[in-house]
Design a protein around this ligand. Structure first.
Ligand code: DCP
Ligand code: MG
Length: 411
């Protein structure tokens, strides 16, 4: 097993993890805006059990403009309409009004799936936990100094491709990442570096902690516990006396301790690693060197996971956010680090001379043959000895083509 010590960002300890929590802003209302862009900037209220022309149902969500009027999830529509009367198409008046829409679950699910597809494309370790939120473990894809730019790219891509705003929290574990994504909504991005966890949490009101609703908050407030710092200061025993086992959970959460792994469902679709330059560069030697390092890291990770790949790709980000991807399909699944490097460098040729902010390498179309490691020079299924030969052929300019010959050794 090759050692991965020294590869940048390859985390070996849980403290090094880079976890993202991605949560859509006013999700159902934002989906209504996708369908009806004129609702941008308007107070939009989506009602569960609501029908146009009626006053029934409860608020599923409200856009941030509507929240300004005290409208929020779980409120009866009648109450919301007292605060913001429904807008009339025919007689728009001077008073502020709200736009009310019924829930359309099928449409929201479609949008949620599209968000999830983007997240699964940018990260191999994604766990969707509700219709509009997911955790990503990007420890092996980026370094901490890339975290902010990585999150910006995700936000930009979801906004650009789907027209949906998200808030992202980045932290060394799931619970702090969730608190961080909530911290600056909407369109938020909060990065909490491992060393900043305690300082970030200390001044927050206790209802910033996951699972602290109005009841628990007032119970704690009555005892003089208003901030996370106060909660930690009381110690575990007092919190357990007050809240039972939940007190213990809160005590850990308040200290930013959470070792839960992000457990994706199913195998990853791709493995990638990316790295940005401090300032954009055009120096192809520098860029090629970075691609080599990334290719090595990605191929190493694939091998460690027992994955073979049929596609090798690169990503080149030109300033400010222009993401370009190129990929090459292989005729069969392989585990061949040198080819990852060669193909990545060949794909880069097209961008030679261009100013580049960030590059990435990816292997995709993964299969997990469970120990049956495929190498370029041997293809042994135990019964037939086969040889897989790859012939590289320069077709035109930088275009690289790979062809495979599967030669039966004869039986
Ligand atoms: N939802 C609901 N009823 C609730 C809470 C939420 O039907 N009581 C639905 C509507 C939300 C979606 O779930 O759009 C996602 O829930 P969130 O808690 O993430 O709320 P939003 O995405 O609407 O707002 P935020 O910007 O606070 O995340
Ligand atoms: Mg949300």
């Amino acid at each position: 097993m090759p050692s991965h010590a020294g590869l940048p960002g390859v985390a070996t300890q849980s403290a090094d993890r880079i976890i993202l929590h991605v949560d859509n802003d006013c999700f159902y209302a934002a989906c209504e805006r996708v369908r009806e862009p004129s609702l941008e900037g308007e107070p939009v209220i989506v009602g569960m059990g609501f029908q146009p022309g009626s006053t029934g149902g409860v608020v599923a969500t409200a856009s941030y403009e509507a929240r300004e009027y005290g409208i929020g999830s779980a409120q009866p529509i009648t109450e919301a309409m007292e605060r913001l009367p429904p807008r009339s198409q025919t007689e728009p008046g001077p008073e502020p009004t709200g736009v009310y829409r019924p829930v359309d679950m099928q449409f929201y699910e479609q949008n949620a799936t599209a968000v999830h597809e983007i997240l699964s494309d940018v990260s191999d370790t994604v766990r969707r936990v509700s219709i509009d939120e997911a955790y990503l473990d990007c420890s092996e894809q980026i370094d901490w100094n890339e975290a902010e730019s990585f999150a910006i790219d995700i936000k930009y891509r979801i906004a650009d491709e789907l027209g949906l705003p998200v808030s992202v929290g980045v932290a060394p574990n799931m619970s702090v990442a969730k608190i961080a994504s909530d911290h600056d909504k909407p369109d938020g991005l909060v990065v909490v570096h491992p060393k900043e966890v305690a300082d970030f949490l200390a001044p927050l009101p206790i209802d910033a902690l996951h699972g602290v609703g109005p009841k628990t908050a007032s119970l704690l407030n009555e005892r003089g516990i208003e901030t996370v710092e106060h909660l930690v200061a009381r110690g575990q025993e007092e919190l357990i006396d007050l809240l039972g086992e939940r007190g213990r959970d809160l005590f850990y959460q308040a200290q930013g301790i959470d070792s839960r792994p992000v457990t994706p469902r199913g195998d990853p679709k791709s493995l990638s690693r990316e790295s940005s330059f401090g300032d954009p560069v055009a120096d192809s030697d520098l860029i090629r060197e970075k691609l080599r390092t990334l290719a090595e890291a990605v191929a190493e990770r694939a091998r460690r996971k027992g994955a073979t790949y049929r596609t090798i790709g690169i990503k080149v980000v030109e300033p400010p956010f222009e993401v370009q991807t190129r990929e090459e399909s292989l005729p069969g699944p392989i585990d061949e680090p040198e080819l990852v490097e060669t193909v990545s460098l060949d794909l880069y040729e097209e961008f030679r001379g261009k100013n580049v902010r960030k590059v990435g390498v990816k292997v995709a179309n993964l299969t997990f043959p469970e120990g049956d490691q495929r190498r370029l020079d041997s293809w042994d299924d135990g019964r037939n000895s086969r040889e897989l030969q790859y012939h590289r052929e320069n077709v035109s300019g930088a275009q690289l083509r790979l062809t495979a010959f599967e030669a039966d050794s004869g039986d």
